[in-house]
Design a protein around this ligand. Structure first.
Ligand SMILES: C=C(O[C@@H]1C=C(C(=O)O)C=C[C@H]1O)C(=O)O
Length: 419
């Protein structure tokens, strides 16, 4: 693990402020930290501290560092809500073998909004005096860039379908039950893209999703890996997908067929079970609804289950995210066999796509989504982006239908990068 600067204690001060306008409009130019849904959440900028980790240790090193930093911080917090006081935004690679590792970033400035309360937190390391903060609203673009080109990433569509077919064969041979296979697409824009515009477009078009930005990974995810708030644990599990048609009546009929589809219900059941099993050791009670509901998004509909639990121990939201990752929603069942098959046939490093992304506060409360419907910005090239989408493959899956489903899942991020 490398940390820079070496885990200095933080000094954080949170004060109430009056409504400063939409959170995403407050972000100044430069690297943006964001976790926003329906106008609530957190945005941050500046960097008081960064902790990075690699390999299988990427979560452990982050958890250890944050626990140490949180316990040694000097905190003056007049608001005392989840997300006030010092917070760290984080993003972690899907695979322990990925070069992308994991990162926690503690911003210098955080602005938060929750249920009619707005707050401003300033954070410094080494007992430095925080610079005065002037909140300024920045108008955002209302349109995505024109003339964006998309090209296949690691696998052309035909090759990806062949990989899906291979996975179906392995499932039918009884080697594994479910595997989530992903593909990447490269976007090249004609002009430099301001990540803040991408965030505003996503948040405007996908209000049911959590719009996030951490260390160049941006997206709007519908899937909450885990949220911890004052001892209450919630996870929104998604698996089982159908594309929308833009015809409401037809979509309702499709939603009903999704809720009855044995293929999708089976795929969903694997994902719910993986989350409930991983939460059980940390909770006194868990509640798993008997059947899923259908979550309607503008591009797709998903089978969804909200699993809840009451925390039994002092586990932090970051620990829970590490324990839950990778759920069967993004990896498969059984996990080790599915992960092995993904590594063997996907042909790419997922980077931080499909890994946990979110934030944690000093009390351990926080929200960690699964980084889906996202793009990795290129640190060297503001016109190049890697987009990702994956699909749960089970016995009875059809490669052509999975390709179409992956395209539907790419729509939000493609739409934010191209007119
Ligand atoms: C893997 C993705 O989505 C996951 C897979 C789903 C499915 O196969 O039905 C549904 C939601 C997510 O859990 C993705 O969007 O890239």
């Amino acid at each position: 693990m490398t940390t820079a600067p070496a885990l200095a204690p933080l000094v954080a001060r949170t004060v109430t402020i009056s409504d400063p306008g939409p959170l995403l409009e407050l972000l100044p130019p430069g690297p943006a930290l964001a976790w926003v849904r329906r106008g609530e959440g957190l945005v941050g900028w500046g960097e008081a501290m960064r902790v990075t980790g690699t390999g299988a240790e990427r979560f452990t090193s982050a958890k250890r560092a944050w626990a140490e930093v949180a316990s040694r911080s000097v905190i003056r917090d007049e608001v005392r809500l989840p997300g006030t006081g010092p917070v760290a935004f984080g993003s972690f690679a899907f695979s322990p073998d990925s070069a992308a590792g994991g990162v926690l970033i503690v911003p210098e400035v955080v602005v938060g909004h929750r249920a009619g309360t707005w707050w401003l937190t300033t954070i410094t390391a080494d007992r430095a005096i925080p610079a005065p903060v002037q909140l300024t609203r920045h108008e955002r673009a209302t349109q995505a860039p024109a003339d964006t080109e998309f090209t296949p990433g690691a696998r052309a569509p035909q090759e990806w379908k062949a990989a899906v077919a291979e996975v179906i064969e392995r499932i039918e041979a009884g080697q594994v039950e479910k595997v989530v296979l992903a593909r990447d697409v490269v976007a090249r824009t004609a002009q430099d893209v301001d990540p803040r515009d991408v965030l505003s477009l996503l948040a405007g078009d996908y209000p049911n999703c959590w719009t996030f930005s951490v260390d160049g990974l941006l997206g709007a995810t519908p899937e909450m890996l885990v949220k911890l708030e004052r001892g209450l644990v919630t996870s929104r599990v998604l698996a089982g997908t159908i594309r929308r048609t833009q015809n409401d009546e037809q979509d309702l009929a499709l939603a009903a067929s999704l809720a009855r589809s044995s293929k999708d219900l089976e795929e969903h059941e694997y994902a719910v079970r993986s989350v409930a099993d991983a939460l059980a050791p940390h909770c006194t009670t868990t509640n798993v609804p008997d059947s899923p509901f259908v979550l309607h998004l503008p591009n797709v509909m998903h089978l969804a289950t909200d699993v809840t639990g009451v925390l039994a121990d002092g586990t932090s939201s970051l620990d829970l995210a590490a324990a839950l990752h990778p759920s069967a929603a993004v990896c498969g069942t059984p996990t080790p066999a599915a992960a092995e098959l993904i590594a063997a046939v996907e042909g790419m490093d997922r980077g931080r796509y499909a890994g946990p992304v979110g934030w944690v506060d000093a009390a351990g409360d926080g929200e960690w989504g699964i980084a889906l419907r996202s793009a990795q910005f290129d640190a060297e090239d503001p016109r190049r982006f890697r987009l990702f989408a994956g699909c749960g493959v089970v016995a009875g899956s059809d490669p052509e239908a999975e390709l179409a489903e992956s395209e539907a899942k790419l729509l939000p991020i493609k739409g934010a990068l191209s007119r």
